[in-house]
Design a protein around this ligand. Structure first.
Ligand code: NAD
Length: 436
């Protein structure tokens, strides 16, 4: 099937490459010429496991192309819209300018029967408005929200937990759904549930899924606050809760909380849209979820300050991690970098290391010190703070090895990812959020 993917960021570039890998003929389009030049030369403009291989394969086969010209979308049967929907400056709502510009830019190139499939995360009601904008072209707009996890994006695109397509319940909507069913035939044949909904429900599924995940993370972090005040241990609590199959252990890792280009802005825009709909009360708890999340960053900083005797000025602190999560170089709203910036703000001599995100981090926060090599970051540190649970820190760093490099054996585990007993046994002062 011929497809276009408008917007080639974390979502769109992976979607384009993944669709080409299963045999579709795909053109990825973006207004960012540099990104397009990189992608066209086979270089992934961001870190995502398996993406470089998929790009090489797609470009080599001729099934995958990249362009900065919207006209190159012409002739595609499906046009996926994967542009950004960031938080508006000075507010909590989503900035829909990019989605609107993408759909308007696409309009002159649409033919009757084409399907425009929105993948960006949008507030409920957006799709119906955009559908009206393309109707006179004879194309049909559907909403096909994306649930991929950065770091697992290729896997999640090729083998998603479920596919959701929202469409108008008329003949054109039915035809458009059938086209998407064909586009995703491989995943559907492999057993992926394919759910057909109206436009509003499809938009809401995405917002609700992110609201739920954020709530689960903030729930355990709220328990960490209680554990800290009562002398309990949140990691043991999470294990015990997690055995309850109604609850489950995933997303119950207490720590410095969520970040990235999705959860924080998505829960805010969800609440902002609920306000517009006159139902703000229904999701009022999301403001608390956000507040709990942001408090954890400050708590991590406090643990470091207290561990160093109340003053970090001039002390060397190794910050292990910059990306908002492992297997990604994404630093958008990264709790890890936020902790580093706050420590720097208190006068600490901060050295940040990360296997993938140093370039992005140093461009955004040039005031911080950086070391590409983990051991270089550890050398002569008065304290270390683990803020992104990369294998390099969680699994591969032994307390003995780290102990030989640092000046002070103080570790703050911002992700509950270290073996506290092993670090203590090696002579470290171990501090974890919500840990005894
Ligand atoms: P991103 O910022 O990495 O990419 C967006 C891309 O769109 C950029 O490359 C930008 O240049 C391009 N763009 C902007 N306006 C354009 C236009 N008019 N025409 C063509 N290209 C244009 O963002 P992302 O992380 O890929 O997210 C995209 C959307 O997908 C957002 O709505 C996000 O919430 C949603 N989403 C993201 C993820 C994720 O893990 N990143 C997961 C699920 C859903």
């Amino acid at each position: 099937m011929r497809m276009s993917v408008i917007g080639c960021g974390y979502l769109g570039a992976v979607h384009a490459a993944a669709m080409a890998s299963i045999g579709h003929d795909v053109v990825g389009i973006d207004v960012d010429e540099r990104k397009i030049a990189a992608l066209a030369s086979g270089a992934a403009p961001f870190f995502e496991p398996r993406l470089p291989e998929l790009l090489a394969e797609g470009l080599g086969s001729g099934r995958l192309r990249f362009s900065s010209q919207m006209a190159d979308a012409e002739g595609a049967q499906v046009h996926f819209v994967a542009v950004g929907t960031p938080q508006v400056a000075g507010g909590h709502a989503a900035d829909l300018r990019f989605v609107e510009a993408a759909v308007d830019g696409l309009r002159p190139h649409l033919r009757p029967g084409d399907v425009v499939a929105g993948k960006s995360t949008v507030p409920v009601g957006t799709a119906a408005r955009l559908a009206a904008r393309v109707i006179d072209t004879g194309a049909t707009l559907v909403w096909n929200p994306e649930f991929l996890r950065e770091g697992w994006a290729v896997h999640d695109t090729l083998a998603p937990d479920r596919l959701v397509v929202g469409a108008e319940q008329d003949a054109d909507g039915g035809r458009a759904v059938a086209v998407l069913r064909d586009a995703y035939a491989q995943a559907i044949d492999a057993g992926t549930p394919f759910l057909v909904t109206d436009l509003a429900t499809a938009e809401l599924v995405k917002g609700a899924a992110n609201a739920f995940l954020a709530t689960k993370i903030s729930f355990i972090n709220a328990m960490a606050e209680i554990a800290e005040a009562s002398g309990a241990d949140v990691a043991l609590l999470a294990d015990a809760l997690g055995y309850d199959t109604r609850i489950g252990r995933r997303y119950l890792g207490a720590g410095i909380g969520f970040g990235g280009g999705c959860l924080p802005k998505d829960i805010r825009s969800f609440a902002a849209r609920a306000d517009e709909l006159g139902r703000g009360e229904a999701v009022g708890f999301l403001r608390e979820v956000d507040a709990i999340n942001l408090r954890r960053r400050e708590r991590a900083v406090r643990l470091v300050v207290d561990a160093l005797g109340g003053l970090v000025f001039g002390r060397r602190i190794a910050v292990l991690g910059a990306a908002f999560k492992p297997f990604s170089d994404d630093i958008r709203d990264s709790p890890a970098l936020d902790v580093a910036v706050r420590l720097r703000g208190l006068g600490a001599d901060v050295v940040v290391t990360d296997p993938a995100a140093i370039d992005n981090a140093s461009a955004a926060h040039p005031q911080l010190g950086y070391a590409r090599d983990r051991d270089e970051a550890l050398r002569d540190a008065d304290a270390i703070v683990v803020v992104t649970e990369w294998d390099e820190y969680r699994r591969d760093l032994s307390p003995e090895h780290a102990g030989a490099l640092v000046r002070g054996r103080v570790v703050v585990d911002g992700r509950s990812c270290l073996d506290a007993a092993a670090w203590r046994a090696a002579g470290w002062q171990y501090h974890g959020l919500g840990r005894r």
